[in-house]
Write a protein that binds this ligand. Structure first.
Ligand SMILES: Nc1ncnc2c1ncn2[C@@H]1O[C@H](COP(=O)(O)OP(=O)(O)OP(=O)(O)O)[C@@H](O)[C@H]1O
Ligand SMILES: [Mg+2]
Length: 270
């Protein structure tokens, strides 16, 4: 990992996520090409863009599931993949990454619930084993979030006994149960049958309206993106080509590539 020569110390009014010239390669392929990207505290940001443009990679890097090859990321004022030691930046230790991970919760396209655990245990697992909550406190908290996603009546079921939409709502409760400040959603509805998409989008919309969460969401649901986002970012080839408020992005995109992408999407849905 390359470390920038002169690290800028985090400022008090810094956004909750800052990516500075982030580089990510897989072998010979450069997936993120000096990406600059910021998200403010409480902001709801949607990332759109063609397949392979690096959308999931950005979320996976923030969740510390993928390392970076260059640049610097700050989350909540602290470096994510580095830490300060003796006045300089060094690559982050496992302990630092574990601490930073607590700021974030992630919801995946394929739900990724633990198949051998009940709904309740899926949601209490991390609060008990990572955060050290008592079993009783974790259960109380789990029911609070299962209630929020409309799944408290299914606490004793196993994931295989639930529909895709129900599994995804449990996955959202599970991510919320660690009380992250930032929620990352990677195409949370694209593995669902069309009739189940609405229930999951409804939960995410409620979260965005009623909770002071920072949300970063990758989606192909353009209507939904328009409705919930403070800002929409169009990614292509590992850079942000264009970003704007949804009403601007979906009516007057500036860049030809964005216009093409949105036109194709509308065509594909017509
Ligand atoms: N673990 C990996 N090993 C090798 N290449 C990878 C890996 N993960 C992603 N890539 C490559 O990185 C690029 C960006 O992938 P990424 O999954 O971030 O795209 P995406 O924008 O999320 O696409 P999609 O809309 O299809 O989900 C792609 O070319 C992909 O093949
Ligand atoms: Mg993806």
């Amino acid at each position: 990992m390359t470390t920038p020569a002169t690290p800028a110390p985090p400022r008090a009014d810094a956004p909750i996520i800052t990516m500075d010239k982030v580089v990510k390669r897989f072998g010979e392929t450069t997936v993120l090409n000096a990406l600059d990207f910021q998200v403010a505290q409480g902001e709801k940001v949607t990332i759109i863009g063609p397949s392979g443009s690096g959308k999931s990679t950005v979320l996976r890097i923030l969740m510390t599931l993928e390392r970076i090859d260059g640049g610097l990321i700050h989350v909540a004022g602290k470096p994510l993949w580095h830490e300060y030691r003796k006045g300089g930046l060094v690559p982050a230790s496992e302990a630092h990454l574990r601490a930073m991970r607590k700021e974030m919760g992630m919801v995946f396209q394929q739900f990724n619930l633990f198949p051998h655990m009940t709904v309740l245990r899926n949601v209490t697992e991390s609060p008990i084993h990572v955060q050290g909550l008592s079993r009783a406190e974790a259960r109380r908290r789990a029911y609070q979030y299962l209630e929020l996603v409309g799944m408290s009546g299914h606490a004793d079921k196993f994931p295989s006994q639930l529909s895709g939409g129900q599994q995804q709502r449990v996955a959202i409760a599970r991510a919320l149960a660690t009380r992250p400040r930032i929620m990352l959603f990677d195409e949370p509805t694209s593995a669902l049958d069309p009739e189940l998409v609405g229930e999951v989008l409804g939960v995410i919309q409620r979260l965005s309206e009623e909770h002071d969460l920072t949300m970063l969401l990758v989606t192909h649901e353009m209507e939904f993106a328009r409705r919930i986002s403070d800002r929409v970012c169009f990614f292509d080839q590992g850079v942000v080509v264009e970003e704007a408020a949804p009403e601007v992005m979906f009516s007057h995109p500036r860049e030809a590539r964005t216009r093409d992408f949105l036109k194709n999407f509308i065509d594909a849905r017509a």
